[in-house]
Write a protein that binds this ligand. Structure first.
Ligand code: KG4
Ligand code: ZN
Length: 338
């Protein structure tokens, strides 16, 4: 049984997990920095780095304690190497490299987006490939065709804002604070999603790309004209427009690829309405759908360990001697388009 330590410090969460065999979570500790960044209405990179440095030692210890293991018991150390905030990534990378150097254990660099995709295997260990995967987070809104673990084809991506970024920006302009997704999700339950018809951007026929800057601007114009009144209705109407596009494009991608399985993951996949409507649409279309538990959709170390699992088995790990100089995985040609 391979036990992998997974580390993610790509943005504002310090997370370390231990995962056995790529599917069984033995621990998954997440130290959130929301309280700090909340004051500034968004993530402040310099503060994020400092908080990662403070948190990473205790989070690592908690991850081992909760798993009931010692460092010697681990088979490999996996870490997000990008994409993300450079200073934040460096904290996790340096920590991981130190552990690997001190123990001689394999060090496995993981692309953060591949981590999100592989969270599906934590939720559904029997999930078979191929599948279409929507990764919808604060930094990305991408559709992939996953032929096998490690082999992904980019089908479409946002041309401007990511969906999570739109949630965060709209929340800010409605005076609801950061992070916007969970607040809008909660507030929208009390609102009328038909109150305001915000635009849905589908782009060219058959395009699997996204665009969310128009809806953000539409909310801004609406608020300038009418004031931030009936905020619950605005939140619900905005959320409905985003969910409509995400569901339609994901189903279109499955159709174009003739895929029978769909995965939806990333922070925005924690959204209750998206989950509900994606389930309904996939059921109607006869597609198998996996949306990981909300805790596995937002950033976490377990998904990084899950992604590292197949690499370890294919011998695609690196030892400390080969320094991890590049901070993101764009050099991995199997991750086409990133
Ligand atoms: O995957 P993630 O934790 O970090 C990135 O890789 O970006 O995603 C964070 C994003 C934020 O934009 C946050 O507002 C959004 O996910 N988010 C949500 C919800 N929970 C988190 N968006 C909509 N509804 C939610 N319940
Ligand atoms: Zn993420």
């Amino acid at each position: 049984m391979a036990r992998i330590l997974g580390i993610d410090t790509s943005c504002d969460d310090t997370s370390i997990a231990v995962v056995a065999d790529g599917t069984t979570i033995l621990s998954n500790i997440v130290a959130s920095q929301v309280d700090i960044h909340h004051r500034y209405g968004g993530v402040v990179p310099e503060l994020a780095c400092r908080k990662h440095i403070e948190a990473i030692g205790p989070v690592y210890q908690s991850a081992l304690d909760e798993a009931g293991l010692r460092l010697e018991d681990l088979d490999a150390i996996a870490v997000t190497q990008g994409p993300g905030l450079i200073g934040a990534l460096l904290v996790g990378l340096s920590f991981a490299k130190s552990l690997a150097y001190a123990t001689g254990k394999p060090l496995i660099p993981v692309n953060h987006l591949e981590g999100h995709i592989c969270s599906a295997f934590l939720e559904a260990p029997d999930l078979a490939c191929p599948f279409v995967c929507l990764v919808v987070s604060g930094g990305h809104t991408d559709l992939y065709y996953c032929e096998a673990p490690g082999t992904y084809r980019l089908l479409g991506q946002t041309r401007d804002d990511a969906a999570g970024e739109a949630f965060d920006k709209v929340s800010k302009l409605l005076g609801l604070g950061y992070p916007g997704g969970p607040v809008i999700d909660r507030l929208a339950r009390e609102g009328d999603a038909r109150a305001v018809r915000f635009p849905r951007t589908y782009l060219e026929k058959d395009s699997l790309d996204f665009s969310f800057s128009g809806i953000k601007t539409a909310v801004l114009h609406y608020v300038r004209k009418h004031g931030p009144k009936q905020v619950a209705d605005l939140a619900a109407s905005f959320q409905q427009a985003v969910v409509d596009v995400l569901v339609a494009k994901t189903l279109a991608a499955a159709g174009q690829c003739q895929a029978s399985r769909v995965v939806v993951t990333g922070g925005v996949a924690a959204n209750s309405q998206l989950r509900r409507e994606m389930h309904a649409a996939c059921a109607e279309a006869g597609l198998q759908l996996v949306i990981p538990h909300p805790r596995l959709c937002t950033d976490n170390g377990a998904m990084i360990a899950a992604a590292a699992h197949w690499r370890l088995h294919q011998g695609r790990s690196r030892l400390e001697g080969e320094a991890l100089l590049e901070l993101d995985a764009t050099t991995d040609d199997r991750f086409a388009g990133l």
